[in-house]
Structure formats: structure tokens, C-alpha cells
Design a protein around this ligand. Structure first.
Ligand code: ADP
Ligand code: GN1
Ligand code: MG
Length: 368
């Protein structure tokens, strides 16, 4: 059961409360290496943990990163407990090493952390029913509302300029100029699509710079598969993947969920005829998210939610395309051309959103 079982250096950093019976790769994240640790407890039962190797190419300050995660999860734990809710299932729990540290640095420099496994949950890779999407919206809306009182200024910026769309545009231009893998000629159509939207990239960052939009504690990676749902009730119960929790724009959290979930196809679907933005799913999410957030948002924050959807989708497409041009070094890939397929699905969704723009605005107005 995996080479890690032999790697006592890493496993012996934690007290597992029993014998480690196996360690297997787990989940479908693009960034960290996630494993599941199976433990036979001293009482004769079994227990699972999530063991993750932090991607330190992406997250260069693991101390700051884990300080954010411990701070936010402890805060959520207290908030949930105060409301009489089940904090063990409602938030992630970092399991400290036997040395009392939030992560373990191995001799080779690899940084490892352990989370309690939230049992009896499912993690969806795409929207199966509108109800699931609605529940994820409620969970992300609650997450943002619950953290409204968290001191945002104490959070480390774990990835600099993460949702700075104009900067993402500039990074793409740099990759095009370098053309390190000779792939630019192949993506002329996609580049023309992005270039035609250069000024759009500035829309939200300009409003922020002008002081018209507030910075909030945001998750910044609100994909459906970063929510655990109760297996039986299918309610969204636990927000996971907290690496990118930082001060950010509310519309970006809304928008990233729409990007990933308001369609019926996979993020890397090669057949674009299957990739269509779903206005009904947009409405489903908007309803759940806005109900959960309540009156916490300003009128302009609400009004700009469709911009969050369009720009998170455009930005993600730009990032996939940049990675494709740079030889696929950032997003995990399992086949050639996968990042290009991912970029293309995002641009198709952007075009669909542009065509549905008045309806999107109308829906937001309805739930405001
Ligand atoms: P990445 O940053 O690479 O996306 P995630 O932190 O999202 O990594 O974890 C990858 C997958 O592992 C998730 O999509 C989920 O299926 C699973 N997972 C992560 N944390 C837990 C947990 N505490 N309990 C159960 N499953 C989890
Ligand atoms: C990455 O880590 P994961 O798989 O949840 C990425 C997001 C992208 C997403 C696209 C830290 O998310 O920003 O939107 O892939 N996370 C990071 O699927 O870059
Ligand atoms: Mg994830």
C-alpha cells in the first residue's frame, strides 16, 4: 500500500492512535499531493486521516499558510460550537505533529500536514443535481458570513496577486513572448479571444483600487470539489482546501463557483459542444449564496456578482492557457493537451455568459 508506508520519517511525525495499515493517493485536487492514511486503532476500530504534501512551489511560505488555516479553522470551530453545531464535521481540523507543530518538514524539505478525515461525506467533481449546487452555495455563503468578523489583516497572502486578473493577463503575454514550448501558433484563436477582453480584466480591480469594493476574508478557490457534503442529507457541511483563504473580493468567491459548477461538463471536456453555461444553475447558486450571505454585502458587491463569474472564468482560462504555453508545470495533468482543453472550456463559458448578461443581472437583482 504505497511507498509512504515504508517512509517512517514522515509517518512517525504523528501519533496515529494505532497502527498505520495503509497509505493511498486520494481525491482529485490539482495542487497538493493528497493521501488517505488508514489506521487500525488500539481499540480494534479503524480510522482515516488526510495526509497532504503541501505544494511548496505554489505555497512558498508554509508557516504563514498553516497559521492562516489554523487561525480560520479554530475560529470556525468556536463559532460553530457557540451555535450548538457539530464543529467536527463543520470545519477542518489540523492534527498537530507529536512535536506540536501544524506541519512536518522532512529531511528532503517536503512539508506534510494531517487533517481529521470528515467521514460520511461525498465530494462532487461536477454538479449532479441543482439541489447539490444550491447546498454548495449555502455552504460557501455561510463560510463567508461566518468569517465576516475574522481579522482579515492578520491573514498572510499565501499566493501574491492570486486573483489579480490584469496581472494574469500580463503573465500570459509573457508566456506568449517566450513561447518556450513552441505552442503559440496552435492557440491563435484562444489568444484572440483573450486579447479582445483585455479591458474587461481591469473591471473589478479598478473598483477595488477606487475604494468602491471592500476586501473581505475569502476562500478564493470555491470549486464544488472543495466542499464536503453529507452522504445522507447531501447538505454542504464542510468547506475544505483552505490554502487560498486570504483577503479578497466577495464576487470572486461567487464567481469561481459559477465558473466550475454552472454547467454540465467537466472542466477539461475536449468536446466544446457539451460545454454550455447554465442560466438555471446560475440562478440556483445565486439564490443559495445570497440567502446565506444575507445583508452582509454592499449594493455594489451584489451588482458586480456577474462580473465575478465572468472574470473568474476568463482568468482561470488565462491561467490554464499560460500553463499550457509554459509546459504544464503548474496544474497537475494526466494527459497531453489537458490544460488547453481546460482553457477552451473556460472561454466557451465566458462567451455564453456574455450572451446571457442581461438575464444574469436580472437574476442577481431578484435575490438582492
Ligand atoms: P487540492 O488543493 O490539491 O485541491 P484538497 O485540499 O482540495 O487538495 O484535497 C483534495 C481532495 O481530498 C478533496 O477534493 C477531497 O476529496 C479530499 N479531502 C480533503 N480534505 C479532506 C477531509 N478533511 N476529509 C475528507 N476528504 C478530504
Ligand atoms: C486549483 O487546488 P484546486 O484543484 O482546488 C487552483 C485554482 C483553480 C483550480 C482550477 C492554488 O484548485 O485556483 O481555479 O485549480 N488552485 C491554486 O480547477 O492555484
Ligand atoms: Mg481542492
Amino acid at each position: 500500500m504505497s511507498e509512504l508506508l515504508e517512509n517512517q520519517e514522515i509517518l512517525s511525525a504523528w501519533d496515529w492512535g494505532g497502527v498505520v495499515a495503509g497509505v493511498l493517493p486520494y481525491g482529485e485536487g490539482h495542487i497538493n499531493a493528497t493521501k488517505c492514511v488508514y489506521v487500525q486503532t488500539s481499540q480494534g476500530g479503524s480510522r482515516r486521516y488526510i495526509l497532504q504534501k503541501i505544494n511548496t512551489d505554489t505555497f512558498t511560505d508554509p508557516d504563514g499558510l498553516m497559521e492562516n488555516i489554523c487561525g480560520v479553522t479554530e475560529y470556525l470551530r468556536k463559532t460553530l460550537a457557540a451555535q450548538g453545531l457539530d464543529a467536527d464535521r463543520g470545519t477542518m481540523q489540523v492534527i498537530l505533529t507529536t512535536a506540536g507543530r501544524p506541519y512536518f518538514r522532512a529531511a528532503d524539505g517536503g512539508c506534510w500536514r494531517v487533517y481529521a478525515f470528515v467521514e460520511d461525506t461525498i465530494c462532487l467533481q461536477k454538479v449532479e443535481t441543482p439541489e447539490d449546487f444550491y447546498e454548495s452555495a449555502v455552504a460557501f455563503g455561510n463560510f463567508q458570513r461566518q468569517l465576516a468578523g475574522y481579522p482579515a489583516a492578520t491573514l498572510h497572502e499565501t499566493i501574491a496577486r492570486f486573483h489579480d486578473t490584469p496581472n494574469r493577463y500580463a503573465m500570459l503575454e509573457k508566456a506568449v513572448a517566450a513561447d518556450a514550448y513552441g505552442r503559440v501558433a496552435e492557440v491563435a484563436k484562444e489568444l484572440a479571444f483573450v486579447t479582445a477582453r483585455q479591458s474587461d480584466c481591469h473591471y473589478m480591480t479598478d473598483l477595488l483600487a477606487a475604494g468602491k469594493l471592500p476586501l473581505r476574508v475569502t476562500h478564493n478557490d470555491t470549486k464544488l470539489n472543495n466542499i464536503l457534503m453529507d452522504k445522507t442529507t447531501r447538505k454542504g457541511i464542510c468547506v475544505i482546501d483552505l490554502d487560498t483563504v486570504m483577503p479578497g473580493l466577495a464576487a470572486n468567491d461567487f464567481g469561481d463557483s459559477i465558473r466550475f459548477g454552472a454547467n454540465h461538463s467537466a472542466e477539461d471536456e475536449p468536446d466544446l459542444s457539451k460545454v454550455n453555461f447554465s442560466l438555471p444553475l446560475f440562478e440556483t447558486y445565486a439564490k443559495g449564496f445570497m440567502q446565506a450571505v444575507g445583508d452582509a454585502f454592499t449594493p455594489l458587491e451584489k451588482e458586480t456578482l456577474p462580473w465575478g463569474a465572468k472574470l473568474m472564468t476568463l482568468e482561470c482560462g488565462i491561467r490554464f492557457l499560460t500553463d499550457y504555453l509554459e509546459g504544464d508545470h503548474y496544474f497537475h495533468t494526466t494527459r497531453p493537451g489537458q490544460n488547453l482543453d481546460r482553457a477552451r472550456t473556460q472561454f466557451k463559458l465566458v462567451a455564453d455568459m456574455e450572451a446571457a448578461w442581461p438575464e444574469m443581472a436580472q437574476i442577481i437583482k431578484k435575490y438582492s
